[in-house]
Ligand binder design. Sequence first.
Ligand code: ZN
Length: 483
Amino acid sequence: MTYEPVIGLEVHVQLGTKSKLFCSCPTEFGAEPNKNTCPVCLGWPGSLPVLNEKALQLAMKVGLAINSHVSERLKFDRKNYFYPDLPKAYQISQYDMPVNNGGKLVIEGKNEKGEPYKKEIGITRAHLEEDAGKLLHEGIRDGSLVDYNRAGVPLLEIVSEPDLRSPEEAYEYLVALKAILQYLEVSECNMELGELRCDANVSVRKTGETKFGTKAEIKNLNSFKAVQKAIHYEIKRQTDLIEAGERVVQETRLWNDDKSQTFSMRSKEEAHDYRYFPEPDLVPFTISREAVEKIRQTLPELPSQRAERFIKNFGLSEYDAYVLVEDKILANYYEACLSHKVNAKLVSNWIQSELLALLNLNKKTIESSPVKPGALAGLIQLIENNTISGKIAKDVLPLMFETGKSAADIVKEKGWVQVTDTKLIEEVAERIIAANPKSAEDFKAGKEQALGFLVGQLMKETKGKANPKMANEILRKKLIPSS
Ligand SMILES: [Zn+2]
């Protein structure tokens, strides 16, 4: 029996406004506890909320970028629950009339065979709501402490359709969504600061079944990798239960990253448990189509549009284009290299294979890369004008990384300039043929791979400095003069 996972994600993004959603308290991170509070965000009787227009604009901006329909009419609702992190005992959120309805997002994945594929993931809605406060339990002997600085900070909750079918797709969805938010400059998306949070709804069903299985909601996912790992774990847990003839219980589970397991937290509440009702202190209002169009005009080039441009103008493959654009800074780095007039595909290959591997190895990001775009372009120019071979270049880059020197200086110091002297290569070629008569005969008899061996010997003899193309041609001519 095979099983298919069904996954939907709920992503909370903190919108980058200066003040909170319904009051003028600052949203800055790291302030002294309870400093950024006022009667409104503390829920004092008689205080009245006023909607932050900037937050609404940012929410609409995201909506348009993910192909949502921005609602004509907007309403806020009270979501009621009693918990100390919620000073009013309700959260102002949106229920049946969210700011953004529907939408879609395209992810770029790789299947088990490593082949790239594109998939459209539906978006159910993206609504505005206020954040809760923060409870502190650790290191406190009697009771807990609460910090309301975060209470009332604007969040956009983006809910996906249950269209994701693997932990890897969930990961790709988050990467694609984060890229859009980064391009829109609506949020810093720093997961460690809680600016981006994600819950995953996971169920499994027998392959071919159309009905959904019972889902579990997983919380406390602190990184994209944690999301992927937690979903993997949850699929296995649920599949094992079903295989053992047991039932999956609908519940909320917490991910423990240290133990790499999910734990039951509470039975999952339904919408009616929250007693949603319209927020009487904020009257419903309309959003004009002109206002929506005005926001649309402010949209920057989005990742998918940038990828299209990279494919069309630079001849990149779809997969390569997406890898570059999914990180705005990486894509900027790439375009900065191109301003030095180097081959666009070659630069893309060098960034995606050699440079990213080196950065990973040294735990650095593209921002902190010791090799700046101009320097990488300099290295690639040396390959393009045949000063060095691609093979030698792979030895040059780590040295540039280490020393901060230019490619040209390193090549000069090390004496790695490529040998393009025909006479010199001919001399070596003659020696190689004389020393390997068997291979020479094999090639003359039609065994093409024998030439490869001889070229390899020549490269070895010249310590990798001979121009490989010339080495190949010269050897071929020497063995079969008519070729
Ligand atoms: Zn306030």
